[in-house]
Design a protein around this ligand. Structure first.
Ligand code: ATP
Length: 199
């Protein structure tokens, strides 16, 4: 699986629709300081469901929308689409090409799409679980991340290894099942209380 292309529109410094094609192997993005190189990796992180504005180098989520320049008015929404090659079927979907889109309006409304079909953020998280690509995945190594991994907490390192080992989805399903069990126990307790009241 590899990143085939990215289309950015209204995201940070990319006011106009910008389409970048990538090939298998290494791609280097070069350009002067402040020209928008990191904004490309921010766009990748964002479309994968990043919710932390800090890691997107902003103060609030609206900051990812093109805020205008001396010569150009601000835009009303930001949209990013990633296209991934899935011929290896690494993603648990039947398609050999998968696109993921995120759109955010200044009103705060947002949309997520997989292959142009509306979906929930959760569907995107689940699709990328255990692939290393998700927003917490190791496929995005930002500045300082290696050092953070090496000198960070043991639990954080473990989370990274668990993602690589492919067991995150089982952990997440276990957590969900445990939550349901706790809720069922609480419901049972309420039923017992009600029954006791009527006895
Ligand atoms: P460096 O080489 O210094 O790390 P870079 O090429 O990685 O730079 P970025 O950090 O990607 O550059 O881009 C910074 C530019 O993006 C700045 O000029 C900033 O004004 C612009 N920018 C960031 N957010 C927005 C926004 N919402 N609207 C318009 N421009 C923005």
């Amino acid at each position: 699986m590899y990143l085939k292309s990215i289309e950015i529109r209204g995201f940070k410094s990319f006011a106009d629709r910008t389409h970048l094609d990538f090939r298998e192997g290494i791609t280097a993005v070069v350009g002067p300081n402040g020209s928008g190189k990191s904004n490309i990796s921010d766009a990748v992180r964002w479309v994968l469901g990043e919710q932390s504005v800090k890691s997107l180098r902003g103060g609030k989520m609206e900051d990812v929308i093109f805020s205008g320049t001396e010569y150009r008015k601000p835009l009303g929404f930001a949209e990013v689409t990633l296209v991934l090659d899935n011929s290896s079927k690494s993603l648990p979907v039947a398609f050999t090409e998968v696109s993921v889109t995120r759109k955010l309006y200044r009103s705060g409304d947002s949309e997520y799409l997989i292959n142009n079909n509306q979906c929930r953020l959760r569907d995107i998280h689940e699709m990328f679980m255990d692939t290393g690509i998700g927003k917490e995945g190791y496929s995005l190594i930002g500045q300082g991340k290696i050092e953070a991994i090496l000198s960070g907490k043991m639990e954080d390192r473990r989370a990274l290894l668990e993602e690589a080992a492919g067991i995150v989805k089982y952990k997440s399903r276990k957590e969900e099942a445990e939550k349901k069990l706790t809720n069922t126990d609480l419901n049972l307790l309420r039923v017992t209380d009600i029954l006791t009241t009527y006895e």
